[in-house]
Design a protein around this ligand. Structure first.
Ligand code: SAH
Ligand code: SF4
Ligand code: F3S
Length: 448
């Protein structure tokens, strides 16, 4: 992945990347740092210390451009103090807005689309040494998607991209426009990546894609169930997770692999319903009804009674009546999700939903969101109470963010467990006694 300009493009310059958005973006930020370090750039811990600042932005919801612009505004004094400082916008806002950003804000020196990450060292060379002020936002919709997973210091748990882009065009979603057509990485490349990560001490991989179920190896060696099976059976990785699984494509074949390799795939599934109303689901172009969704969930629970589910929900989609909203609440009551990620509908450029009539007023969206959060909060204590008193296998990830004396890890249900323990437990799978269960984290104890 070295640039034609050689490994010393960076000449020791420092780079700070500010990251918003999904796991894909977090993973892209690590890829950027990795590529840059290979070209003799150095990661800066703070924006104040950087020669280059990159904002890796997200545009999936509310006022994304505004967020980027206000962050850039805070860098104005830095730019005045250090005229050589270069500021770039990457990620989905970069892709969506392209060179408009350069017109809107003179503080921005370059724009990096989602397809340009791998040429970032060359871009920085052009921006810094050739004083080019430009937007690199070409997306190659057709070419192959073949990369190496680049992670500098892999932790216990690592991400691996399996697909890029999305072809589903849910009517609310900007991702198909900011990440392009869906492409899958070759099967053998992915297995090689997982094995290499295992060799570097990784215990868990999360396979990432906007819609992992539609993974299809370009060399014809299989689809998502085949990939899952191979990662479980043919590598020494201890745990495997994946996100996101689209309900319309989640089928018995995937479920059978989940059951057969439960020892690695665990007892967790993120299956974003978005709404409990079939009318709204149709208008969202999701490709399933409430009943079909429920049938799939019932099949999952029947096959594995331990299965913990989580979902994404959008409230206030155009045309959503109180009745439709009540159906979403009743879906939550029926399924009893462990986690619900709820969002107010936010109109996005290019999407079909922009043209729908009957928008839901902002105050109604606010009220519904609040009501949904309170409703889930009322269900949550009972949902998690079942873990109390049990002994659960926990993969220990490291010290907790808030207290360095406390270790944190996750159960096979993807529940976070905090407990007191020595640092040599990191990376181990350990049976812990659950002393207390709260919705977002369990408290555990090492068994003597
Ligand atoms: N393919 C991914 C989607 C990533 S976007 C997935 O299925 O999880 C993550 C979530 O953001 C979506 O599931 C949806 O709940 C929410 N979202 C996407 N577009 C939105 C919009 N315009 N307004 C509000 N929420 C949105
Ligand atoms: Fe991720 Fe979507 Fe946000 Fe892009 S727009 S960063 S793909 S959540
Ligand atoms: Fe977006 Fe739907 Fe694809 S939510 S990323 S269009 S699966």
């Amino acid at each position: 992945m070295n640039s034609l300009l050689g490994p010393n493009i960076g000449r020791g310059d420092t780079v700070f990347i500010s990251t918003y958005g999904c796991q894909m973006n977090e993973h892209d930020t690590e890829r950027m740092y990795s590529l840059l370090e290979n070209h003799n750039f150095i990661q800066a811990s703070h924006a104040e210390d950087a020669d280059v600042i990159i904002i890796n932005s997200c545009s999936v919801r509310e006022k994304p451009v505004h967020k980027v612009m206000s962050e850039i505004g805070t860098y104005r004094p830095l730019k005045q103090k250090k005229p050589k400082l270069k500021i770039g916008v990457a990620g989905c806002v970069g892709q969506q807005e392209g060179k408009q950003l350069l017109k809107k804000n003179p503080l921005i020196d370059f724009v990096l689309g989602t397809g340009a990450i791998d040429i970032l060292p060359d871009i920085l060379h052009q921006v810094r040494d050739e004083r080019k002020r430009s937007a690199w936002t070409q997306i190659d919709h057709r070419g192959p998607y073949s990369i190496n997973t680049l992670i500098r210091n892999p932790r216990v748990s690592s991400f691996v991209n399996i697909t890029l882009g999305c072809d589903n065009f849910c009517s609310f979603c900007i991702v198909p426009f900011t990440r392009g057509r869906e492409k899958s990485r070759p099967f053998s490349e992915l297995l090689g990546d997982v094995r290499q990560l295992v060799g570097r001490g990784v215990k868990e991989v999360t396979l990432l894609g906007q819609n992992v179920n539609s993974y299809k190896s370009p060399d014809g060696s299989g689809g998502f169930p085949d990939l899952l099976r191979a990662v479980c059976a043919e590598t020494d990785i201890q745990r495997v997770r994946y996100t996101t699984s689209h309900p319309k494509d989640f089928n018995n074949e995937v479920l059978n692999v989940m059951i057969k390799y439960q020892n690695k795939l665990g007892d967790f599934l993120h299956l974003p319903a978005q709404s409990g109303s079939s009318k709204i689901l149709e208008s969202m172009n999701r490709g399933y009804t409430r009943e079909e969704y429920l049938e799939k969930v019932q099949a999952v629970k029947a096959a594995n009674g331990e299965m913990a589910l989580s979902t994404d929900i959008i409230v206030g989609f155009p045309g959503e009546t109180e009745e439709d909203f009540d159906q979403t609440l009743s879906l939550l009551a029926e399924i009893k999700y462990e986690n619900v990620y709820a969002f107010k509908y936010s109109p996005r450029p290019f999407t079909k939903a922009l043209k729908l009539s009957d928008p839901v007023p902002e105050e109604v969206k606010d009220r519904r969101l609040q009501k949904l959060i309170e409703f889930q909060d009322s269900l949550a204590p009972e949902i998690c109470a079942k873990y109390e008193g049990r002994v659960l296998d926990v993969l220990v990830e490291g010290p907790s963010r808030t207290n360095s004396k406390v270790l944190t890890g996750r159960t096979t249900h993807n529940k976070v467990v905090n407990f007191l323990g020595a640092s040599d437990l990191v990376g181990k799978i350990l049976p812990l006694k659950i002393k207390h269960a709260a919705p977002f984290a369990l408290k555990g104890e090492v068994i003597a």
